[in-house]
Ligand binder design. Structure first.
Ligand SMILES: C[S@@+](CC[C@H](N)C(=O)[O-])C[C@H]1O[C@@H](n2cnc3c(N)ncnc32)[C@H](O)[C@@H]1O
Length: 283
C-alpha cells in the first residue's frame, strides 16, 4: 500500500529563497509572522537591505536601509524603459519618481542631532512630522526620544522602512503616504522636520504653504541642508515670505563639513480664523 504523499509546503526566508529548515513543515504550523518579519518580508521582495548599528543624538540603535541605492535607481530606469516601449512615450520629468528615498542622506543625521533640545518641554507632548521622511532616520530618533511622530513621504516603500526603523515605539508612531504639493493632513505639529527636501527650487512653492498649514502657532520647521547652492538661494526667499530664519551648523560623523540647519518660525502666525484649508478650517 502506498503511503499518502506528504503535503508539499514551503516558506520563503527573508531574501525570497526557500527556508531550508522549514521545507516540508505545513505552513499552518509556523508561528504567525510578527510585524518586523512581515515588514522585512515585504521589503525583501524588492530590495536588498543592510542593518547597521548607528549612534545619533546620543542614542545607539539598529537602522535598516537599502544596501545599494544605485540598484534601486537602475530598477526605476528599467521600469521607465519598459513603459516607454509599451506606450511609445517617455514619462515627463515632473511625474518621474526618482528614488531619492532609497538613500540615507546626511541631513537626516544633522536634523536628528538637534532633537534632544526639545525633550525638556515634556517629550510626550511634542508632536513631530517627518516630512519627506525617506527611510525615517530623523523621525526614528524623534520617536526614541519620546515624541509622537508622523512619518510622511510620497513613496510607499519609504514608509515600510520608516515603520521598520521605529518598530520599538509603536504607540508613538504613525505613517502616511502624502504629496506635499496637493495633500493636507488636517492636523498641526510642534515640529516639522525636513531632511534634504529643499534640493529642487520648484518644490518650495508647495512646501512653504504646506508648512504654514501644518505647523502649530509657535512651532518650528527644522530643515537639514547639506550646503547646496539651492540652500543659499532659499534663505532670502523664505525670509521674504514672513518667516524668521535661524541658521545653525551641525557637525556629524559621516562627513567632514557640517550640515546646515534652517530653523523657521512664522514671524506673524495667522490667527486661527484666517487659517483655512480645502475642505474646512482645522485650527
Ligand atoms: C533627498 S530625500 C530625503 C529623505 C530623508 N529625509 C533623508 O534625509 O534621508 C527626499 C525625500 O522627499 C520625498 N518627496 C519628494 N517629493 C515629495 C512630495 N511631493 N511629497 C512628499 N514627499 C516627497 C522623497 O520621496 C524622498 O524620500
Amino acid at each position: 500500500m502506498h503511503q499518502a504523499p506528504r503535503p508539499v509546503t514551503f516558506a520563503m526566508n527573508l531574501n525570497g529563497r526557500p527556508w531550508p529548515d522549514v521545507i516540508g513543515v505545513e505552513m499552518r504550523k509556523l508561528r504567525p509572522m510578527c510585524r518586523r518579519e512581515r515588514l522585512l518580508f515585504r521589503i525583501h521582495r524588492r530590495y536588498q537591505t543592510v542593518r547597521e548599528i548607528v549612534t545619533v543624538a546620543g542614542l545607539t540603535f539598529p537602522f535598516v536601509r537599502i544596501a545599494d541605492p544605485d540598484v534601486v535607481l537602475d530598477q526605476v530606469a528599467a521600469e521607465e524603459d519598459r513603459l516607454e516601449k509599451l506606450s511609445g512615450r517617455r514619462t515627463d520629468g515632473d511625474r518621474l519618481h526618482l528614488p531619492y528615498w532609497a538613500e540615507l542622506w546626511d541631513s537626516a543625521r544633522g536634523v536628528a542631532e538637534l532633537l534632544p533640545d526639545w525633550r525638556g518641554i515634556g517629550a510626550e507632548h511634542v508632536s513631530v512630522l517627518d516630512l519627506g521622511c525617506g527611510m525615517g532616520m530623523a523621525g526614528a530618533v524623534a520617536a526614541k526620544l519620546g515624541f509622537s511622530v508622523l512619518f510622511a513621504d510620497l513613496e510607499p516603500d519609504a514608509l515600510l522602512f520608516a515603520r521598520l526603523n521605529s518598530l520599538a515605539e509603536p504607540a508613538r508612531v504613525r505613517t502616511r503616504r502624502l504629496d506635499w504639493r496637493t495633500d493636507c493632513l488636517g492636523e498641526r505639529f510642534d515640529l516639522i522636520l525636513g531632511a534634504d527636501i529643499l534640493y529642487e527650487r520648484k518644490q518650495w512653492d508647495f512646501l512653504e504653504p504646506f508648512w504654514r498649514l501644518h505647523v502649530k502657532p509657535g512651532g518650528l520647521v527644522i530643515l537639514g541642508e547639506p550646503g547646496r547652492q539651492t540652500g543659499d538661494l532659499f534663505q532670502p526667499w523664505i525670509r521674504e515670505r514672513g518667516w524668521t530664519l535661524d541658521i545653525r551648523h551641525e557637525l556629524i560623523s559621516t562627513r567632514p563639513t557640517p550640515i546646515r540647519i534652517f530653523q523657521l518660525r512664522e514671524s506673524n502666525p495667522a490667527t486661527p480664523k484666517t487659517r483655512t484649508m480645502i475642505g474646512g478650517d482645522f485650527s
